[in-house]
Design a protein around this ligand. Structure first.
Ligand code: G4P
Length: 534
Protein backbone atom coordinates (compact mmCIF):
# COMPACT_ATOMS: atom_id res chain seq x y z
CA UNK A 1 0.00 0.00 0.00
CA UNK A 2 1.50 3.37 -0.93
CA UNK A 3 2.09 6.02 1.68
CA UNK A 4 -0.46 8.21 -0.03
CA UNK A 5 -3.11 5.53 0.27
CA UNK A 6 -2.32 4.84 3.89
CA UNK A 7 -2.66 8.49 4.80
CA UNK A 8 -5.89 8.73 2.80
CA UNK A 9 -7.34 5.75 4.68
CA UNK A 10 -6.25 7.22 8.00
CA UNK A 11 -7.97 10.48 7.14
CA UNK A 12 -11.21 8.67 6.32
CA UNK A 13 -11.03 6.55 9.46
CA UNK A 14 -10.70 9.54 11.75
CA UNK A 15 -13.72 11.37 10.30
CA UNK A 16 -16.92 11.59 12.37
CA UNK A 17 -19.75 13.50 10.71
CA UNK A 18 -22.90 14.01 12.73
CA UNK A 19 -25.84 16.31 13.40
CA UNK A 20 -27.22 17.34 16.76
CA UNK A 21 -31.00 17.12 16.83
CA UNK A 22 -33.16 18.67 19.51
CA UNK A 23 -36.10 20.90 20.28
CA UNK A 24 -35.18 24.59 20.76
CA UNK A 25 -33.70 25.33 24.18
CA UNK A 26 -32.77 21.75 25.01
CA UNK A 27 -29.10 22.78 24.93
CA UNK A 28 -27.80 22.01 21.43
CA UNK A 29 -25.79 25.24 21.18
CA UNK A 30 -24.33 24.83 24.65
CA UNK A 31 -23.33 21.24 23.95
CA UNK A 32 -21.74 22.18 20.59
CA UNK A 33 -19.84 24.92 22.36
CA UNK A 34 -18.54 22.43 24.91
CA UNK A 35 -17.41 20.05 22.18
CA UNK A 36 -15.45 22.91 20.66
CA UNK A 37 -14.04 23.72 24.06
CA UNK A 38 -12.78 20.16 24.51
CA UNK A 39 -11.43 20.15 20.99
CA UNK A 40 -9.42 23.26 21.82
CA UNK A 41 -11.17 25.09 18.99
CA UNK A 42 -12.30 27.78 21.41
CA UNK A 43 -10.69 28.70 24.68
CA UNK A 44 -13.62 29.89 26.72
CA UNK A 45 -17.15 28.66 26.53
CA UNK A 46 -19.54 31.39 25.45
CA UNK A 47 -17.87 32.08 22.12
CA UNK A 48 -20.62 30.45 20.13
CA UNK A 49 -22.98 32.93 21.75
CA UNK A 50 -23.23 35.00 18.58
CA UNK A 51 -25.19 32.10 17.15
CA UNK A 52 -27.44 31.95 20.15
CA UNK A 53 -28.26 35.64 20.18
CA UNK A 54 -28.68 35.50 16.43
CA UNK A 55 -31.23 32.75 16.88
CA UNK A 56 -33.51 35.00 18.87
CA UNK A 57 -32.95 37.97 16.61
CA UNK A 58 -33.95 36.49 13.29
CA UNK A 59 -37.45 37.81 13.22
CA UNK A 60 -37.14 39.14 9.70
CA UNK A 61 -35.07 38.58 6.62
CA UNK A 62 -33.26 41.89 6.99
CA UNK A 63 -31.80 40.55 10.16
CA UNK A 64 -30.95 37.23 8.54
CA UNK A 65 -29.29 39.09 5.69
CA UNK A 66 -27.03 40.85 8.17
CA UNK A 67 -26.33 37.64 9.95
CA UNK A 68 -25.79 35.52 6.87
CA UNK A 69 -22.05 35.49 7.25
CA UNK A 70 -22.51 33.79 10.57
CA UNK A 71 -25.23 31.43 9.50
CA UNK A 72 -23.21 30.18 6.53
CA UNK A 73 -20.14 29.51 8.62
CA UNK A 74 -22.17 27.84 11.30
CA UNK A 75 -23.78 25.41 8.85
CA UNK A 76 -21.00 22.99 9.60
CA UNK A 77 -18.17 23.08 12.07
CA UNK A 78 -14.97 21.13 11.73
CA UNK A 79 -12.47 20.57 14.49
CA UNK A 80 -10.07 17.96 15.83
CA UNK A 81 -10.49 16.13 19.07
CA UNK A 82 -8.30 13.33 20.37
CA UNK A 83 -7.14 12.30 16.90
CA UNK A 84 -10.63 12.45 15.40
CA UNK A 85 -11.65 14.98 12.78
CA UNK A 86 -15.18 16.01 13.69
CA UNK A 87 -17.75 17.57 11.39
CA UNK A 88 -20.85 18.83 13.20
CA UNK A 89 -23.74 19.69 10.94
CA UNK A 90 -25.97 22.46 12.18
CA UNK A 91 -29.70 21.76 12.17
CA UNK A 92 -31.35 25.18 12.45
CA UNK A 93 -34.22 25.33 14.91
CA UNK A 94 -36.39 28.14 16.34
CA UNK A 95 -37.86 30.38 13.68
CA UNK A 96 -35.32 29.30 11.09
CA UNK A 97 -36.53 25.70 11.21
CA UNK A 98 -36.99 24.78 7.58
CA UNK A 99 -36.71 21.95 5.09
CA UNK A 100 -32.95 22.54 5.20
CA UNK A 101 -32.99 21.28 8.76
CA UNK A 102 -34.26 17.92 7.52
CA UNK A 103 -32.01 17.87 4.46
CA UNK A 104 -28.92 18.37 6.57
CA UNK A 105 -29.66 15.03 8.20
CA UNK A 106 -29.15 13.36 4.82
CA UNK A 107 -25.48 14.35 5.02
CA UNK A 108 -24.90 13.05 8.55
CA UNK A 109 -23.52 9.62 9.43
CA UNK A 110 -25.05 9.69 12.90
CA UNK A 111 -27.08 11.93 15.16
CA UNK A 112 -26.89 13.14 18.72
CA UNK A 113 -30.33 13.69 20.18
CA UNK A 114 -30.35 16.23 23.02
CA UNK A 115 -33.28 15.99 25.41
CA UNK A 116 -34.07 18.37 28.25
CA UNK A 117 -34.49 16.13 31.32
CA UNK A 118 -37.45 18.18 32.55
CA UNK A 119 -39.30 18.39 29.25
CA UNK A 120 -38.68 14.95 27.80
CA UNK A 121 -39.26 14.25 24.10
CA UNK A 122 -40.53 17.42 22.41
CA UNK A 123 -42.11 18.13 19.07
CA UNK A 124 -39.15 19.15 16.89
CA UNK A 125 -37.04 16.32 18.26
CA UNK A 126 -39.75 13.90 17.18
CA UNK A 127 -39.77 15.23 13.62
CA UNK A 128 -36.00 15.16 13.28
CA UNK A 129 -35.78 11.75 14.92
CA UNK A 130 -38.13 10.29 12.30
CA UNK A 131 -35.85 11.44 9.48
CA UNK A 132 -32.85 9.82 11.20
CA UNK A 133 -34.87 6.67 11.77
CA UNK A 134 -35.88 6.58 8.10
CA UNK A 135 -32.19 6.70 7.17
CA UNK A 136 -31.28 4.01 9.70
CA UNK A 137 -28.34 5.99 11.11
CA UNK A 138 -27.15 5.51 14.69
CA UNK A 139 -28.76 7.88 17.18
CA UNK A 140 -27.09 8.75 20.49
CA UNK A 141 -29.11 10.36 23.26
CA UNK A 142 -27.78 13.00 25.61
CA UNK A 143 -30.20 13.77 28.44
CA UNK A 144 -29.26 17.32 29.32
CA UNK A 145 -29.76 19.76 32.19
CA UNK A 146 -29.27 17.16 34.89
CA UNK A 147 -28.16 20.02 37.16
CA UNK A 148 -31.87 20.91 37.29
CA UNK A 149 -34.65 18.79 38.69
CA UNK A 150 -36.27 16.81 35.89
CA UNK A 151 -38.11 13.60 35.21
CA UNK A 152 -36.93 10.33 36.68
CA UNK A 153 -34.28 8.68 34.43
CA UNK A 154 -36.30 5.45 34.14
CA UNK A 155 -39.36 7.49 33.17
CA UNK A 156 -37.32 9.29 30.48
CA UNK A 157 -36.19 6.00 28.99
CA UNK A 158 -39.79 4.81 28.86
CA UNK A 159 -40.85 8.06 27.21
CA UNK A 160 -38.17 7.72 24.53
CA UNK A 161 -39.45 4.25 23.80
CA UNK A 162 -43.18 5.04 23.80
CA UNK A 163 -42.93 8.32 21.84
CA UNK A 164 -40.08 7.51 19.45
CA UNK A 165 -40.25 3.74 19.31
CA UNK A 166 -36.59 3.16 20.10
CA UNK A 167 -35.17 1.37 23.11
CA UNK A 168 -32.36 2.89 25.15
CA UNK A 169 -29.14 1.53 26.53
CA UNK A 170 -27.87 3.85 29.28
CA UNK A 171 -24.10 3.96 28.88
CA UNK A 172 -23.87 6.07 31.96
CA UNK A 173 -26.34 6.57 34.76
CA UNK A 174 -26.84 9.77 36.73
CA UNK A 175 -25.87 9.99 40.37
CA UNK A 176 -28.34 12.39 41.94
CA UNK A 177 -30.16 15.17 40.15
CA UNK A 178 -30.58 18.93 40.36
CA UNK A 179 -28.23 20.46 42.90
CA UNK A 180 -27.29 16.96 43.96
CA UNK A 181 -26.17 15.86 40.51
CA UNK A 182 -22.77 14.57 41.48
CA UNK A 183 -21.66 12.57 38.48
CA UNK A 184 -22.39 9.39 36.61
CA UNK A 185 -21.78 5.69 36.81
CA UNK A 186 -20.00 4.57 33.66
CA UNK A 187 -21.49 1.15 32.87
CA UNK A 188 -18.84 0.26 30.32
CA UNK A 189 -15.85 1.03 32.47
CA UNK A 190 -17.84 -0.07 35.54
CA UNK A 191 -16.74 2.97 37.46
CA UNK A 192 -18.11 5.99 39.21
CA UNK A 193 -17.12 9.36 37.75
CA UNK A 194 -17.70 12.31 40.03
CA UNK A 195 -17.41 15.77 38.60
CA UNK A 196 -15.47 18.55 40.17
CA UNK A 197 -15.68 22.25 39.65
CA UNK A 198 -15.62 23.38 36.01
CA UNK A 199 -15.44 27.11 36.74
CA UNK A 200 -19.21 27.28 36.11
CA UNK A 201 -18.81 25.45 32.84
CA UNK A 202 -16.10 27.75 31.51
CA UNK A 203 -13.35 25.20 31.67
CA UNK A 204 -13.18 21.45 31.40
CA UNK A 205 -13.31 20.46 35.06
CA UNK A 206 -11.87 17.42 36.81
CA UNK A 207 -13.23 13.99 37.47
CA UNK A 208 -12.73 11.66 40.44
CA UNK A 209 -13.24 8.10 39.32
CA UNK A 210 -13.12 4.67 40.85
CA UNK A 211 -14.85 1.36 41.53
CA UNK A 212 -18.48 1.54 42.60
CA UNK A 213 -17.72 -0.45 45.77
CA UNK A 214 -14.79 1.73 46.83
CA UNK A 215 -15.72 2.92 50.34
CA UNK A 216 -14.59 6.45 49.50
CA UNK A 217 -17.73 6.88 47.41
CA UNK A 218 -19.98 6.03 50.30
CA UNK A 219 -18.42 9.00 52.00
CA UNK A 220 -18.32 11.30 48.97
CA UNK A 221 -21.89 10.56 47.91
CA UNK A 222 -23.50 9.84 51.23
CA UNK A 223 -25.27 6.61 52.15
CA UNK A 224 -28.59 7.43 50.44
CA UNK A 225 -27.23 8.32 46.99
CA UNK A 226 -24.73 5.48 47.01
CA UNK A 227 -27.29 2.79 47.84
CA UNK A 228 -29.80 4.29 45.37
CA UNK A 229 -27.11 4.02 42.69
CA UNK A 230 -26.32 0.42 43.56
CA UNK A 231 -29.96 -0.59 43.29
CA UNK A 232 -30.50 1.37 40.03
CA UNK A 233 -27.52 -0.36 38.44
CA UNK A 234 -28.70 -3.75 39.59
CA UNK A 235 -32.10 -3.09 38.07
CA UNK A 236 -30.59 -1.90 34.77
CA UNK A 237 -28.30 -4.91 34.54
CA UNK A 238 -31.15 -7.30 35.23
CA UNK A 239 -34.05 -5.77 33.35
CA UNK A 240 -32.48 -3.38 30.86
CA UNK A 241 -31.48 -4.05 27.26
CA UNK A 242 -28.11 -5.58 26.56
CA UNK A 243 -25.45 -3.56 24.82
CA UNK A 244 -25.75 -4.52 21.15
CA UNK A 245 -23.48 -2.72 18.71
CA UNK A 246 -25.32 -4.01 15.66
CA UNK A 247 -28.61 -2.60 16.90
CA UNK A 248 -26.92 0.68 17.75
CA UNK A 249 -25.41 1.05 14.31
CA UNK A 250 -28.69 0.31 12.57
CA UNK A 251 -30.54 2.84 14.72
CA UNK A 252 -32.64 0.34 16.69
CA UNK A 253 -31.07 0.99 20.09
CA UNK A 254 -29.96 4.38 21.34
CA UNK A 255 -26.96 4.59 23.67
CA UNK A 256 -28.02 7.08 26.33
CA UNK A 257 -25.94 9.46 28.41
CA UNK A 258 -26.88 11.83 31.21
CA UNK A 259 -25.16 15.13 31.83
CA UNK A 260 -25.23 18.87 31.98
CA UNK A 261 -23.87 20.83 29.06
CA UNK A 262 -23.92 24.02 31.09
CA UNK A 263 -21.66 22.77 33.87
CA UNK A 264 -19.74 20.36 31.57
CA UNK A 265 -20.73 17.43 33.76
CA UNK A 266 -20.76 14.28 31.67
CA UNK A 267 -19.91 16.03 28.41
CA UNK A 268 -16.43 14.64 27.88
CA UNK A 269 -17.26 11.02 28.82
CA UNK A 270 -20.17 11.31 26.40
CA UNK A 271 -18.02 12.70 23.60
CA UNK A 272 -15.40 9.99 24.08
CA UNK A 273 -17.84 7.07 24.09
CA UNK A 274 -19.86 8.52 21.23
CA UNK A 275 -16.78 8.98 19.01
CA UNK A 276 -15.64 5.47 19.76
CA UNK A 277 -19.01 3.86 19.04
CA UNK A 278 -20.07 5.78 15.99
CA UNK A 279 -18.45 4.96 12.68
CA UNK A 280 -16.38 6.82 10.13
CA UNK A 281 -18.20 7.34 6.80
CA UNK A 282 -19.72 4.05 5.67
CA UNK A 283 -20.60 2.89 2.12
CA UNK A 284 -23.56 4.74 0.58
CA UNK A 285 -26.19 3.48 -1.80
CA UNK A 286 -25.99 4.80 -5.37
CA UNK A 287 -27.17 3.95 -8.86
CA UNK A 288 -23.98 1.85 -9.13
CA UNK A 289 -24.56 -0.03 -5.89
CA UNK A 290 -22.82 0.68 -2.60
CA UNK A 291 -19.91 3.12 -2.92
CA UNK A 292 -17.04 2.57 -0.51
CA UNK A 293 -15.73 5.89 0.88
CA UNK A 294 -12.20 4.57 0.56
CA UNK A 295 -12.27 4.12 -3.22
CA UNK A 296 -10.11 6.47 -5.29
CA UNK A 297 -13.01 7.88 -7.25
CA UNK A 298 -14.14 11.19 -5.76
CA UNK A 299 -17.93 11.41 -5.35
CA UNK A 300 -20.29 13.60 -3.36
CA UNK A 301 -23.79 15.03 -3.37
CA UNK A 302 -25.33 18.42 -2.78
CA UNK A 303 -27.69 18.60 0.16
CA UNK A 304 -28.15 22.30 0.64
CA UNK A 305 -27.96 25.45 -1.44
CA UNK A 306 -27.65 28.81 0.18
CA UNK A 307 -27.97 32.19 -1.47
CA UNK A 308 -24.75 34.09 -1.23
CA UNK A 309 -24.19 37.08 0.95
CA UNK A 310 -23.95 39.63 -1.81
CA UNK A 311 -27.45 40.38 -3.12
CA UNK A 312 -26.09 42.09 -6.25
CA UNK A 313 -24.79 38.73 -7.43
CA UNK A 314 -27.11 35.80 -7.69
CA UNK A 315 -24.29 33.52 -6.65
CA UNK A 316 -25.03 30.74 -4.32
CA UNK A 317 -23.07 28.28 -2.23
CA UNK A 318 -23.83 24.62 -2.70
CA UNK A 319 -22.98 22.39 0.23
CA UNK A 320 -21.39 19.16 -0.88
CA UNK A 321 -21.03 16.08 1.27
CA UNK A 322 -17.99 14.11 0.16
CA UNK A 323 -18.82 10.42 0.02
CA UNK A 324 -15.70 8.83 -1.48
CA UNK A 325 -12.22 9.64 -2.74
CA UNK A 326 -9.99 12.57 -2.00
CA UNK A 327 -11.01 16.08 -2.93
CA UNK A 328 -8.38 18.45 -4.27
CA UNK A 329 -8.86 22.11 -4.94
CA UNK A 330 -9.33 22.94 -8.59
CA UNK A 331 -10.25 19.42 -9.62
CA UNK A 332 -12.65 18.88 -12.50
CA UNK A 333 -15.59 16.62 -11.86
CA UNK A 334 -18.67 15.41 -13.69
CA UNK A 335 -21.94 17.00 -12.72
CA UNK A 336 -23.84 13.80 -13.30
CA UNK A 337 -27.41 15.13 -13.54
CA UNK A 338 -26.62 17.53 -16.38
CA UNK A 339 -23.73 15.54 -17.84
CA UNK A 340 -21.22 18.41 -17.76
CA UNK A 341 -17.74 18.93 -16.36
CA UNK A 342 -17.34 21.52 -13.61
CA UNK A 343 -14.16 22.79 -12.02
CA UNK A 344 -14.25 23.17 -8.24
CA UNK A 345 -12.13 26.27 -8.03
CA UNK A 346 -12.80 28.04 -4.72
CA UNK A 347 -14.02 25.34 -2.36
CA UNK A 348 -14.67 26.55 1.16
CA UNK A 349 -14.61 24.76 4.42
CA UNK A 350 -16.00 25.84 7.71
CA UNK A 351 -13.59 25.59 10.58
CA UNK A 352 -14.62 26.30 14.15
CA UNK A 353 -15.37 29.96 13.56
CA UNK A 354 -13.98 30.81 10.16
CA UNK A 355 -14.53 30.14 6.55
CA UNK A 356 -11.37 29.09 4.71
CA UNK A 357 -10.43 27.99 1.25
CA UNK A 358 -9.71 24.32 1.40
CA UNK A 359 -6.98 22.53 -0.56
CA UNK A 360 -8.02 19.00 0.17
CA UNK A 361 -10.89 17.25 1.87
CA UNK A 362 -11.96 13.70 2.61
CA UNK A 363 -15.07 11.53 2.79
CA UNK A 364 -17.29 12.77 5.61
CA UNK A 365 -16.24 16.39 5.04
CA UNK A 366 -18.57 19.09 3.84
CA UNK A 367 -17.33 21.72 1.45
CA UNK A 368 -19.05 24.78 0.13
CA UNK A 369 -18.73 25.25 -3.62
CA UNK A 370 -19.51 28.26 -5.71
CA UNK A 371 -22.79 27.78 -7.58
CA UNK A 372 -23.47 30.08 -10.50
CA UNK A 373 -27.00 28.64 -10.57
CA UNK A 374 -26.25 25.23 -12.04
CA UNK A 375 -26.84 22.89 -9.12
CA UNK A 376 -29.99 21.41 -7.67
CA UNK A 377 -30.38 19.78 -4.31
CA UNK A 378 -29.59 16.08 -4.59
CA UNK A 379 -27.15 16.43 -7.55
CA UNK A 380 -24.13 14.13 -7.60
CA UNK A 381 -20.58 15.14 -8.51
CA UNK A 382 -18.25 12.37 -9.55
CA UNK A 383 -14.61 12.44 -10.75
CA UNK A 384 -14.65 9.45 -13.09
CA UNK A 385 -17.06 8.71 -15.92
CA UNK A 386 -19.10 6.12 -14.03
CA UNK A 387 -22.16 8.46 -13.86
CA UNK A 388 -22.72 7.38 -10.27
CA UNK A 389 -25.82 9.01 -8.81
CA UNK A 390 -26.63 9.01 -5.12
CA UNK A 391 -30.19 8.44 -4.02
CA UNK A 392 -32.06 11.72 -4.25
CA UNK A 393 -32.78 13.98 -1.32
CA UNK A 394 -36.45 13.59 -0.41
CA UNK A 395 -39.02 16.33 -0.41
CA UNK A 396 -40.10 16.69 3.20
CA UNK A 397 -43.63 17.57 4.21
CA UNK A 398 -44.28 21.33 4.35
CA UNK A 399 -46.58 22.36 7.19
CA UNK A 400 -47.65 25.82 6.02
CA UNK A 401 -49.20 26.69 2.68
CA UNK A 402 -50.07 29.99 1.01
CA UNK A 403 -51.48 31.08 -2.34
CA UNK A 404 -49.13 33.54 -3.99
CA UNK A 405 -49.61 36.12 -6.77
CA UNK A 406 -47.52 38.94 -8.25
CA UNK A 407 -49.16 42.27 -7.36
CA UNK A 408 -48.36 43.62 -10.77
CA UNK A 409 -49.20 41.17 -13.54
CA UNK A 410 -46.62 42.81 -15.82
CA UNK A 411 -43.94 41.38 -13.53
CA UNK A 412 -45.09 37.85 -14.19
CA UNK A 413 -41.83 36.78 -15.81
CA UNK A 414 -39.63 37.93 -12.93
CA UNK A 415 -42.12 36.40 -10.51
CA UNK A 416 -41.87 33.00 -12.24
CA UNK A 417 -38.08 33.22 -12.35
CA UNK A 418 -37.84 34.09 -8.66
CA UNK A 419 -40.20 31.31 -7.63
CA UNK A 420 -38.32 28.78 -9.77
CA UNK A 421 -34.92 29.75 -8.40
CA UNK A 422 -36.06 29.79 -4.80
CA UNK A 423 -37.67 26.39 -5.28
CA UNK A 424 -34.37 25.10 -6.71
CA UNK A 425 -32.59 26.40 -3.64
CA UNK A 426 -35.09 24.33 -1.73
CA UNK A 427 -36.48 27.09 0.46
CA UNK A 428 -40.03 26.54 -0.84
CA UNK A 429 -42.03 23.85 -2.59
CA UNK A 430 -44.39 24.90 -5.34
CA UNK A 431 -47.77 23.37 -6.15
CA UNK A 432 -50.34 24.03 -8.86
CA UNK A 433 -54.04 23.32 -8.99
CA UNK A 434 -54.71 21.31 -12.11
CA UNK A 435 -57.78 21.85 -14.27
CA UNK A 436 -59.13 25.03 -12.72
CA UNK A 437 -58.62 27.19 -15.79
CA UNK A 438 -56.40 29.79 -14.13
CA UNK A 439 -52.81 29.46 -13.00
CA UNK A 440 -52.86 29.43 -9.23
CA UNK A 441 -49.63 28.85 -7.35
CA UNK A 442 -49.45 27.49 -3.86
CA UNK A 443 -46.19 27.52 -1.94
CA UNK A 444 -45.46 25.18 0.93
CA UNK A 445 -42.82 25.66 3.62
CA UNK A 446 -41.69 23.71 6.65
CA UNK A 447 -41.14 26.74 8.90
CA UNK A 448 -43.38 29.78 8.56
CA UNK A 449 -40.46 32.25 8.62
CA UNK A 450 -39.76 31.01 5.09
CA UNK A 451 -42.82 32.98 3.92
CA UNK A 452 -41.29 36.23 5.13
CA UNK A 453 -37.99 35.28 3.57
CA UNK A 454 -39.76 34.50 0.30
CA UNK A 455 -41.61 37.82 0.23
CA UNK A 456 -38.47 39.76 1.09
CA UNK A 457 -36.27 38.02 -1.44
CA UNK A 458 -38.79 38.26 -4.28
CA UNK A 459 -38.95 41.99 -3.70
CA UNK A 460 -35.25 42.60 -3.20
CA UNK A 461 -33.68 40.17 -5.61
CA UNK A 462 -36.32 40.00 -8.35
CA UNK A 463 -38.14 43.32 -7.92
CA UNK A 464 -41.55 41.71 -7.46
CA UNK A 465 -44.15 42.61 -4.85
CA UNK A 466 -46.38 39.69 -4.01
CA UNK A 467 -49.67 39.01 -2.32
CA UNK A 468 -49.74 35.93 -0.15
CA UNK A 469 -52.89 34.38 1.27
CA UNK A 470 -52.28 31.85 4.02
CA UNK A 471 -54.41 28.73 3.70
CA UNK A 472 -55.67 26.49 6.51
CA UNK A 473 -53.83 23.42 5.15
CA UNK A 474 -51.36 21.81 7.53
CA UNK A 475 -50.63 18.34 6.17
CA UNK A 476 -49.43 17.09 2.83
CA UNK A 477 -49.50 13.62 1.30
CA UNK A 478 -48.06 12.53 -2.04
CA UNK A 479 -50.40 10.05 -3.74
CA UNK A 480 -48.95 6.82 -5.08
CA UNK A 481 -51.39 4.83 -7.21
CA UNK A 482 -51.80 3.54 -10.71
CA UNK A 483 -53.62 5.92 -13.04
CA UNK A 484 -54.57 8.69 -10.62
CA UNK A 485 -57.72 10.43 -11.83
CA UNK A 486 -58.68 13.54 -9.81
CA UNK A 487 -62.32 13.37 -10.83
CA UNK A 488 -62.63 9.79 -9.59
CA UNK A 489 -60.56 10.24 -6.44
CA UNK A 490 -62.77 10.70 -3.39
CA UNK A 491 -61.67 13.44 -0.97
CA UNK A 492 -63.35 15.26 1.91
CA UNK A 493 -64.73 18.80 1.41
CA UNK A 494 -61.77 20.39 3.15
CA UNK A 495 -59.06 18.60 1.15
CA UNK A 496 -57.36 20.15 -1.87
CA UNK A 497 -55.88 18.22 -4.78
CA UNK A 498 -52.77 19.83 -6.26
CA UNK A 499 -49.72 18.84 -8.32
CA UNK A 500 -46.07 19.24 -7.41
CA UNK A 501 -43.39 20.45 -9.81
CA UNK A 502 -43.06 17.00 -11.34
CA UNK A 503 -46.87 16.95 -11.93
CA UNK A 504 -47.16 14.33 -9.23
CA UNK A 505 -50.59 14.29 -7.49
CA UNK A 506 -50.54 15.73 -3.98
CA UNK A 507 -53.23 16.21 -1.33
CA UNK A 508 -53.38 19.08 1.13
CA UNK A 509 -55.28 18.45 4.33
CA UNK A 510 -56.45 20.60 7.21
CA UNK A 511 -56.60 17.82 9.80
CA UNK A 512 -55.62 14.24 10.42
CA UNK A 513 -59.22 13.07 10.41
CA UNK A 514 -59.49 13.91 6.69
CA UNK A 515 -56.30 12.00 5.96
CA UNK A 516 -57.81 8.89 7.50
CA UNK A 517 -61.11 9.37 5.63
CA UNK A 518 -59.33 9.72 2.30
CA UNK A 519 -57.31 6.58 3.02
CA UNK A 520 -60.50 4.65 3.77
CA UNK A 521 -62.26 5.89 0.66
CA UNK A 522 -59.37 5.19 -1.71
CA UNK A 523 -58.00 1.85 -0.68
CA UNK A 524 -55.65 1.41 -3.64
CA UNK A 525 -53.88 4.71 -2.98
CA UNK A 526 -50.75 4.97 -0.84
CA UNK A 527 -50.37 8.36 0.85
CA UNK A 528 -46.76 9.33 1.53
CA UNK A 529 -45.36 11.98 3.85
CA UNK A 530 -42.03 12.14 2.02
CA UNK A 531 -41.49 12.07 -1.73
CA UNK A 532 -38.56 11.93 -4.14
CA UNK A 533 -38.04 14.32 -7.01
CA UNK A 534 -37.99 12.69 -10.43
P1 G4P B 1 -30.61 25.24 21.91
O1 G4P B 1 -29.37 25.52 21.12
O2 G4P B 1 -30.96 23.79 21.96
O3 G4P B 1 -31.77 26.09 21.57
O4 G4P B 1 -30.29 25.56 23.45
P2 G4P B 1 -29.16 26.46 24.12
O5 G4P B 1 -27.87 25.74 24.14
O6 G4P B 1 -29.20 27.83 23.57
O7 G4P B 1 -29.70 26.46 25.61
C1 G4P B 1 -30.95 27.00 25.95
C2 G4P B 1 -30.91 27.49 27.38
O8 G4P B 1 -30.69 26.37 28.25
C3 G4P B 1 -29.79 28.48 27.66
O9 G4P B 1 -30.25 29.36 28.66
C4 G4P B 1 -28.70 27.60 28.22
O10 G4P B 1 -27.80 28.29 29.05
C5 G4P B 1 -29.53 26.61 29.03
N1 G4P B 1 -28.83 25.33 29.20
C6 G4P B 1 -28.17 24.58 28.27
N2 G4P B 1 -27.66 23.47 28.83
C7 G4P B 1 -27.99 23.51 30.14
C8 G4P B 1 -27.73 22.64 31.25
O11 G4P B 1 -27.09 21.61 31.16
N3 G4P B 1 -28.27 23.04 32.44
C9 G4P B 1 -28.97 24.18 32.60
N4 G4P B 1 -29.43 24.47 33.81
N5 G4P B 1 -29.22 25.02 31.58
C10 G4P B 1 -28.74 24.69 30.37
P3 G4P B 1 -30.76 30.82 28.35
O12 G4P B 1 -31.11 31.41 29.66
O13 G4P B 1 -31.81 30.77 27.29
O14 G4P B 1 -29.54 31.48 27.68
P4 G4P B 1 -28.26 32.07 28.38
O15 G4P B 1 -28.71 33.37 28.93
O16 G4P B 1 -27.82 31.10 29.42
O17 G4P B 1 -27.32 32.21 27.26
Amino acid sequence: MSEQTTSFINEVNRRRTFAIISHPDAGKTTLTEKFLLYGGAIRLAGSVKSRRSQKHAVSDWMEIEKQRGISVTSSVLQFDYSGYCINILDTPGHQDFSEDTYRTLMAADSAVMVIDCAKGVEDQTKKLFHVCKMRGIPIFTFINKMDRMGKDPFELMEEVESVLGIRSYPVNWPIGAGRDFKGVYNRQKKQIELFKDSNHGQSQGNVISGDINDPKFNELLGETLHSQLLSDIELLDMAGDEFDMEKILSGELTPTFFGSALTNFGVEPFLESFLEMTTPPTPRQSSNGLIDPKTDNFTGFIFKIQANMDPTHRDRIAFLRICSGKFEKGMSVNHVQVNKKVRLAQPQQFMAQDRVIVDEAYPGDIIGIHDPGIFRIGDTLCADNSKTKYEGIPLFAPEHFAKIFAKNSLKRKQFQKGITQLAEEGSIQVFRRPNIGIEELIVGVVGSLQFEVLEYRLKNEYGVDVIMERTPYRYIRWVEMEAFNPSKFSVTMDTMIVEDEDSHPVLLFQNEWSINMVKERNETAVLKEISFRK
